[in-house]
Design a protein around this ligand. Structure first.
Ligand code: SAM
Length: 342
């Protein structure tokens, strides 16, 4: 394995994200009956500060809107779509979709794939097998198999797969996702179907050249197949070359977390450039501050503003302005996804 000795602090960010999500759920910003199963000693975790809860809420709701739109557009067009979450950590999105969309919409999701370091996928696979509520989302338990020494889990619709995303995609992802399998079964992903990639707080831990290579590679695969659209959602910190950014970067460095992907992306425009330079045909970006101000429905803003007392609204705006969701789209032959993310 090419795992690098310094990766443990990067993997530890998964627990931060999961604990933040759990806290936002406990404080009733978000609904998620599954996250408690993926946080060790969930009942002992102290809540996070209001600022973190609000950030988690805004990010999670906004990404939900984009993912739901993708599923709905695919359903309307009668196509089965695929979702690939890279650096998926303890994310519960698959189970939330499976629970909410037990009806026809869920039927339009052909495959949902999650990829993370083997240490993370092994823990997640064990948690899934242990919890009835998580197993229930995967359908018939006889169709759920551990693979690759317990680092992977396969089921008819959901796959959890181990890997280091900094490896060249032709070595890691090509054989893992797009090659026929040993048991004679088809490849896990079909490049001709509409496919949505999710990178939630992941690319910032990789060098810009590794992340561009990854995006370019997915674009090439989809261009070759030419039918389904390719969508990509990225969530990350950005604009870190100001005073706030220096504080953030220093805090992370103290934990030995380095952000090779943070430095060359100082503005919203460069978040868009990353998509356009890697072959996507359209891109948009919004900061969490903008999303909270203009896209969260007013009833929701009112509801969440009553959940906790927040005295630092200026600080909140400053923090939210340093996180962005950006998304890119490459249309296939069918233009059903053309209105996605508008
Ligand atoms: N996407 C999840 C979420 O939003 O809850 C987890 C976010 S967590 C901050 C970052 C995740 O990316 C961790 O689980 C970490 O292990 C994973 N990650 C970072 N670099 C990676 C790499 N090179 N290969 C695979 N996974 C990686």
């Amino acid at each position: 394995s090419r795992a690098q000795a310094g990766d443990a602090p990067i993997r530890s960010t998964d627990n931060d994200a999961a604990v933040a999500r759990l806290s936002a759920v406990q404080k009733q910003y978000l609904e998620d009956p599954f996250i408690k199963y993926l946080v060790p000693r969930a009942h002992l975790q102290p809540p996070r500060p209001p600022l973190i809860n609000i950030g988690t809420y805004v990010r999670s709701s906004a990404i939900d809107v984009l993912v739901d739109q993708w599923l709905e557009l695919s359903a309307v067009s009668g196509q089965r779509c695929q979702i690939v979450s890279l650096g998926s950590g303890s994310d519960t999105r698959f189970w939330r979709i499976a629970a909410r969309r037990a009806g026809p919409l869920k039927q339009h999701m052909q495959t949902y794939v999650e990829i993370d370091f083997p240490e993370i996928t092994t823990k997640k696979a064990m948690a899934i097998r242990k919890r009835k509520d998580l197993m229930a989302g995967l359908g018939d338990p006889n169709g759920v198999l551990l693979a690759q020494g317990g680092t992977a889990l396969h089921s008819p619709q959901y796959y959890l797969l181990p890997g280091d995303l900094r490896q060249p995609p032709s070595e890691l992802l090509e054989p893992m996702l797009f090659s026929p399998r040993e048991n004679g079964r088809a490849a896990i992903l079909d490049p001709s179907l509409p496919t949505l990639l999710l990178f939630e707080c992941v690319l910032v831990y990789m060098s810009p050249s590794s992340s561009s290579r990854l995006l370019e590679w997915f674009v090439q695969i989809h261009k070759r197949a030419r039918t389904g659209a390719l969508g990509c959602i990225v969530y990350e910190m950005f604009g870190l070359n100001d005073a706030f950014g220096r504080v953030m970067i220093n805090n992370l460095r103290e934990r030995q977390i380095y952000l090779p992907g943070a430095e060359p992306y100082p503005t919203s425009e460069s978040l868009l450039d990353r998509f356009l330079k890697t072959g996507f045909s359209a891109a948009r970006a919004l900061t969490l501050k903008e999303i909270r101000k203009s896209y969260i429905p007013s009833e929701e803003l009112e509801r969440t503003s009553k959940l906790e007392f927040l005295d630092e609204t200026e600080e909140l705006d400053l923090v939210l302005a340093h996180y962005a969701i950006s998304w890119g789209l490459l249309l296939g032959n069918s233009d059903m996804n053309a209105t996605w993310g508008q």
